[in-house]
Design a protein around this ligand. Structure first.
Ligand code: GDP
Length: 297
């Protein structure tokens, strides 16, 4: 389970404080040191950890805490609040267009779960919003990706726009959007190509798609299992495409959780959903406060 180790260690560091009537600077320093190590081992970005610990120390050493009736609880509250802030404070939602369709462009590296997540998101919009989405198959280099999306479309009874012979993705997207207009779809979700790593041709293609589609949302799909690297990937995509949010997949796996904790702080962009399994129903809204509570147990 994600965060298991991190949870345990932070809880342990804080447990030492709760029983104390008075907390000394030494106590705070010891707890901070343990929390710092736990976060680094969970693969949270180094600079994010540094800022976090600085804030915790500053607040925990504040007068009110030291003089309060229950200083240990106060420190736990400080850690909880700062963890929540680190992940973005409140739950973020999709941007909705004033006119239909609301356009969502999905980007990300290969294997992160992009195509699956297109299906998950479509299902969620259907279930929660009674949406009538159209999916556009823009990942034309991985031959199975188009078939995979068409199968997902069949499963959900949702139309999928694809062109098997066209090599210009922007053109496919343009044609797909025309079909969405004709059919009055209220959402369009565009699947795009991924690579094993960020490269120039990929970025240029995504920029072209962005130009043609003028998406209301550009969602970066990131694999939580990649840990620290996930934040570099997020920075890379964000600097070129100005993403609007992140979907963190595979949070059901044995991840250390660092990506979830760092991405917001590093890119300033919110995690909107998390993928929690391979089924199309395994997508959940991301709530920073609930995640913080889960980590603190
Ligand atoms: P793409 O190359 O980014 O389009 O990736 P795919 O959508 O083909 O997904 C790659 C693999 O990851 C597939 O086996 C998916 O079933 C799996 N996958 C996607 N999302 C999740 C998730 O949230 N949890 C788990 N455990 N597996 C996932």
């Amino acid at each position: 389970m994600a965060f298991e180790n991190l949870s345990e260690r932070i809880q342990k560091a804080l447990r030492n404080l709760t029983g104390k009537g008075k907390i000394s600077e030494e106590d705070i320093n010891t707890a901070s040191r343990e929390i710092r190590l736990a976060l680094l081992e969970a693969d949270v970005n180094f600079k994010v950890v540094k800022d976090f610990i600085k804030k915790i120390k500053k607040e925990a050493l504040g007068k009110e805490v030291q003089e309060s009736l229950n200083p240990g609880q106060q420190v736990i509250k400080i850690v909880n609040d700062e963890l929540t802030k680190m992940m973005g404070e409140s739950a973020a939602t999709l941007n909705k267009s004033k006119h239909i369709p609301t356009i969502i462009m999905m980007v990300g590296l290969q294997g992160t779960g992009k195509t699956t997540t297109v299906g998950k998101l479509a299902k969620r919009l259907i279930d929660k919003d009674k949406a009538r989405p159209l999916l556009i198959a823009g990942d034309i280099y991985r031959p199975a990706a188009i078939d995979q999306l068409e199968q997902i479309g069949e499963q959900l009874n949702v139309p999928v726009y694809s062109e098997h012979d066209e090599k210009n993705v922007a053109k496919i997207v343009e044609n797909g959007l025309k079909q969405a207009d004709d059919n009055k779809n209220d959402y369009v979700i565009i699947d795009t190509a991924g690579r094993l790593e960020i490269d120039e041709p990929l970025m240029e293609e995504l920029e072209q798609v962005k130009k043609v589609a003028q998406p209301d949302n550009i969602l970066l799909v990131v694999d939580a299992m990649t840990g620290q690297a996930a934040t570099d990937v997020a920075k890379g995509f964000d600097s070129r495409l100005d993403i609007t949010g992140v979907i963190l997949t595979k949070l059901d796996g044995d991840t250390r959780g660092g990506a979830a904790l760092s991405i917001r702080a590093v890119t300033g962009k919110p995690i909107i959903y998390t993928g929690q399994g391979e089924k199309l129903s395994d997508l959940e809204q991301f709530h920073p406060d609930r995640m913080a509570s889960r980590i603190l147990g």
